[in-house]
Write a protein that binds this ligand. Structure first.
Ligand code: C2G
Length: 446
């Protein structure tokens, strides 16, 4: 009995997949197919898989060439499967040419020519129209957004708007680095050419731009903090819902696989009851930058506060919380370092952030039976551990955090706009509204 094995995501099962399975089956007497889990596909940078694992496995299982279907969910699994099933031949399409040569010690490795002019991405683009995202703002993060959007198939960025189209230095340098993007002189022109907008303008302008975009029937992904006032945030989410539009706050951590898993593990009782959360994010920002010079909306908390508040709101919730602030102010009255303490539901939390002071950037979640620790850069969550009273006990969790990580929020934005099942809000409106309220409180106290 000659056993053949192959692997794939098999999203939107198509002729290319069928032809590969047929040819693979002809190389032996039994064909085993490993179908990649949603999570492992995401880890490998497949951000826009449409069909859930069950459906993809069903489609493969229904193919007459296939004798057995297994799940592929971790790196190195192929070597394990070859031994486990006494595999004779591993087959992959030639888009993987050479990638599995190391397995030639264990079995024959065959790369078959791909079927031309058909792929899951092509089918996805047919099923889901391109999403034209216009940019409002042309600063540092806007540039990174364009790069990361390149990894989300189906997203196009036709244009950018800056309120100072002729004089803005950031706009000139942005356009010189992104020659395929046009500038628009008015917001209306930007809305005419787009289906959605990404807002990366100064904090205090977010509310106005988000409202204008929603009123122009555009979906919105807005950099953090979404709003500096709770009532404004409530108004915007109400407007978005009334118009059936997606409004998302772009705190990239909230959309990355590692952070999602960490919250899931913490909430699932692995460390007992959650008692306390401690988050810290410091980034020394050069003097002279906007964070230091904008006397009304600059400083540490408006810049970094959303990051340290995210795990707090995720694990303490939004109801009946009390918030207290302590800040060290610089000569110009801006906070060079701020601590926020939150109490609610018999739990507490403290977050620390600083653009003028450096500390150990880590996240610790205290529980009644153990704790979770995630070292810097926890806001780009790729590794965390569960620890307990037993000093030798360590349960480790690792996740890919690819690139700058904006691709995860962009993919979520794209799939939610396309009404993709299974992509509920990773960051709930109530959580963004709560964080806007905390920002408002902070600005009042400062
Ligand atoms: N394929 C093909 N012709 C196409 C498209 C895909 O022959 N037009 C082949 C691929 O080369 C692969 C298989 O069909 O061998 C499954 O393709 P995908 O669903 O795109 O999966 P992939 O990302 O290649 O996943 O760990 C390995 C992965 O699981 C492979």
């Amino acid at each position: 009995m000659k056993t053949v094995i192959t692997y794939g995501v098999f999203d939107l099962f198509h002729e290319g997949h069928v032809r590969l399975l047929e040819r693979a089956r002809q190389l032996g007497d039994r064909l085993i197919v490993g179908v990649t889990t949603d999570r492992y596909a995401l880890e490998r940078g497949k951000l826009c898989v449409v069909e859930p694992l069950e459906i993809r496995m069903e489609n493969v299982r229904a193919n007459p060439c296939v004798d057995e279907v297994i799940v592929e969910d971790h790196p190195g699994q192929k070597a394990e499967d070859i031994l486990r099933f006494s595999v004779d031949v591993l087959v992959m399409g030639d888009d993987w040419l050479g990638k599995f040569d190391a397995l030639k010690d264990l079995c024959e490795v065959v790369y078959l020519p791909r079927t031309p002019n058909i792929s899951s991405s092509l089918l996805r683009n047919c099923r889901f129209p391109f999403l034209r995202i216009g940019l409002i703002g042309s600063g540092r993060i806007a540039g990174r957004f364009v790069q990361e959007a390149g990894y989300v198939r189906g997203v196009q960025i036709p244009c950018v708007y800056n309120p100072h189209p002729d004089t803005s230095a950031s706009l000139q340098s942005f356009l010189s680095r992104n020659t395929f993007i046009n500038k628009t002189r008015t917001l209306e022109k930007l809305f005419d050419q787009t289906d959605a907008v990404y807002i990366a303008s100064p904090h205090e302008t977010h509310y106005t731009y988000v409202k204008a975009a929603l009123e122009a029937e555009k979906h919105v992904l807005c950099e953090k903090p979404l709003c500096l006032c709770q009532a404004e945030a409530e108004e915007l989410f109400t407007l978005a819902e009334a118009k059936g539009l997606i409004l998302m706050e772009a705190i990239k951590t909230a959309y990355c696989p590692g952070f999602l898993q960490m919250c899931g593990v913490a909430r699932s009782g692995f460390i007992g009851e959650i008692i306390n959360v401690e988050s810290c994010f410091t980034k020394l920002v050069p003097h002279g930058s906007r964070e230091w010079t904008d006397l009304r909306f600059g400083g540490s908390f408006t810049e970094l506060g959303s990051y340290i508040l995210l795990p707090i709101v995720k694990l303490l919730g939004t109801k009946d919380t009390r918030v207290f602030f302590d800040s060290v102010l610089g000569e110009n009255g801006l906070d060079i370092f701020t601590k926020v303490n939150v109490q609610g539901h018999g739990r507490m939390a403290s977050g620390q952030c600083g653009i003028g002071a450096k500390g150990e950037g880590q996240l610790v979640i205290f529980g009644t039976e153990g704790y979770i620790i995630c070292k810097a850069p926890w806001w780009k969550t790729s590794y965390f551990e569960i620890r307990t009273e037993d000093l030798h006990y360590r349960k480790c969790f690792a996740n890919e955090f690819i690139g700058d990580g904006l691709r995860y929020e962009i993919a979520d934005f794209f799939l939610r706009i396309q009404g993709h099942p299974g992509r509920e809000a990773r960051l709930l409106p109530a959580e963004s509204i709560w964080m806007a309220g905390v920002m408002e409180e902070f600005l009042k106290t400062r």
